[in-house]
Write a protein that binds this ligand. Structure first.
Ligand SMILES: Cc1cc2nc3c(=O)[nH]c(=O)nc-3n(C[C@H](O)[C@H](O)[C@H](O)COP(=O)(O)OP(=O)(O)OC[C@H]3O[C@@H](n4cnc5c(N)ncnc54)[C@H](O)[C@@H]3O)c2cc1C
Length: 466
């Protein structure tokens, strides 16, 4: 027997057999690269899995899962490692790491892309943009396609083209008993419904096939800034202005202390600002016309909304959310930006202490809202705005205070909530997962879980317990 973790042993032969045929790399606690490979994006998460199986392909995934099932080992699954609460690594678990599975194949004629589970958003964009195409995804290039898509996938072009899952044609899934199955509208449609929002609860998705949309290579995009003191008026204007904006326009509102970047006037560095960041998924001339009233409102202190490569816009937030900082989030959907919500938001935002904290309010609607609520497991298609209240510090220093700030703003907004996006949850317990799906959908997901994973093998996630 080999001791692989505290109180956890594995039959020598079983481990040797796995190692003999494994195409990837198996990393244990005594290996030099163990610390590098157990890390996830959120620096406040420090967990020590028993073994890390860095899978090179589907066969490695199946072999790892079968070994875990035979020996009763807890299973964690990781693709991009960006789960806010680190639900892709766990102490003493067998970590099935898909990050080596980087295949992307774009078919420019059919306008589709086949994408393996370890691909990051920027890697997918790089391949699709070579053909003037894109798969709707998220706003930070180092996020994993897999986890983002399995929760829904909100991003810069969703109001025109829908969520990531609305552009998903098919997935390959390794189920709890180690079988590889396909799920699409025609094959295992119940499973296909569940993976479009239900996260990793039903199996390990090894490949995604997306429909692609024409985009770019340039888009009209970028932030427009005002002083945060002006935010009550800016947000009231913004709310009315976006109310009937075309689907081509997607915006995110940001409150933060201004970063010391070249386009921000020196006197504003470190001072509280509000920004409306735009992305226009259409002809730039039309976008200029629609965005003009916003850039002419009030006393704009910096305006860098301009035509630029879509790839550059996708990378805009990368420096604000690097790996290894300490992060904490609480999130909620609200139906509209009422005067009360605006005033609460600004009052609390003026109290942000960390220069690294930067929290987005997402404009929803458009194509997202035109897909039926029952068509996918994703919930919240009728949300007006999604709050992703986040705090960040470089290290543990100051983290508790910043986390308290997040909790205070979230509590102050609580009575306005209509739901929450599952991918923006921390580890908040079953009630919050139920809130993310709504009671009815949650029951439907439980029924599906009983069919595909009755033993809850996949439980290190936003868990739908069978
Ligand atoms: C910096 C940053 C920016 C973000 N921006 C956006 C955004 O713009 N839009 C948006 O919608 N969300 C966004 N998110 C949230 C993001 O969607 C989730 O954190 C998502 O879970 C990340 O996926 P991942 O593969 O990187 O994470 P991981 O931590 O690897 O996985 C997340 C969860 O999914 C499970 N999982 C991962 N891969 C698989 C798989 N192949 N099969 C089965 N289960 C799997 C894991 O077990 C875990 O429970 C962002 C997160 C971060 C940290």
């Amino acid at each position: 027997m080999t001791a692989i973790a505290e109180g956890l042993t594995l039959d020598d032969t079983a481990l040797a057999e796995l190692q003999a045929s494994f195409r990837g790399d198996i990393v244990g606690r005594n290996d030099a690269t163990y610390d590098e490979h157990r890390k996830v994006w959120n620096g406040s998460i420090d967990r020590r899995p028993a073994l890390i199986a860095r899978c090179a392909g589907v066969a490695d995934v199946i072999a790892s899962l079968k070994l875990c099932r035979r020996h009763g080992l807890p299973v964690a699954v990781r693709s991009g490692g960006h789960s806010f609460p680190g639900l892709s690594v766990a102490d003493d678990a067998f970590l099935i790491d898909l990050s080596l599975m980087k295949g992307v194949r774009v078919d420019p004629d059919a306008r589709t892309a086949r994408v393996q589970a370890g691909v990051l958003l920027g890697e997918l964009d790089r391949e699709t943009q070579a053909f003037g195409l894109a798969a709707p995804s998220g706003i930070v290039t180092h996020t994993g396609v897999a986890g983002l898509t399995l929760g829904g996938g909100i991003g810069w072009i969703m109001r025109k083209h829908g969520l990531s899952i609305d552009n998903l044609r098919r997935v390959d899934v390794v189920t709890a008993d180690g079988e590889l199955v396909r799920a699409s509208a025609d094959e295992n449609p119940d499973l296909f419904w569940g993976v479009r929002g239900g996260g990793g609860n039903f199996g390990i998705v090894t490949e995604f096939e997306f429909d692609l949309v024409p985009l770019g290579p340039s888009v009209l995009a970028g932030p427009i800034f005002w002083k945060m003191d002006d935010s009550p008026e800016v947000l009231r204007f913004y709310r009315d202005w976006v109310a009937d904006a075309p689907d081509e326009l997607m915006t995110i509102v940001l409150h933060r202390k201004a970063p010391a970047l070249p386009f921000v006037p020196d006197e504003l560095h470190g001072k509280p600002v509000v920004a409306v960041i735009c992305c226009w998924a259409g002809a730039a001339e039309d976008g200029e016309r629609v965005i003009r009233p916003l850039r002419e409102f009030g006393k704009v202190v910096a305006d860098v909304c301009t035509e630029k490569p879509f790839l550059a816009h996708q990378a805009m937030f990368d420096p604000s959310f690097p790996h290894g900082r300490w992060y904490y989030f609480k999130s909620c959907d609200v139906p509209a930006l009422t005067d009360e919500i605006i005033d609460t938001t600004v009052e609390h935002s003026l109290q942000i202490s960390s220069p690294l904290t930067s929290f987005p309010i997402w404009q929803m609607g458009g194509a997202v809202a035109r897909v039926g609520e029952d068509e996918t497991a994703f919930n919240g298609r009728s949300a007006g705005f999604t709050y992703n209240i986040g705090a960040s510090t470089a290290t543990a220093e100051g983290f508790d205070e910043e986390r308290e700030w997040v909790r205070n703003l979230w509590s102050a907004l609580e009575r306005h909530f209509t739901g929450v996006y599952v991918n923006f949850l921390m580890d908040e317990g079953e009630d919050r997962v139920r809130q993310a799906y709504g009671a009815e959908k949650y029951e439907r997901l439980k029924t599906l879980k009983r069919k595909y994973d009755p033993d809850n093998v996949f439980r290190i996630n936003q868990n739908i317990s069978p």
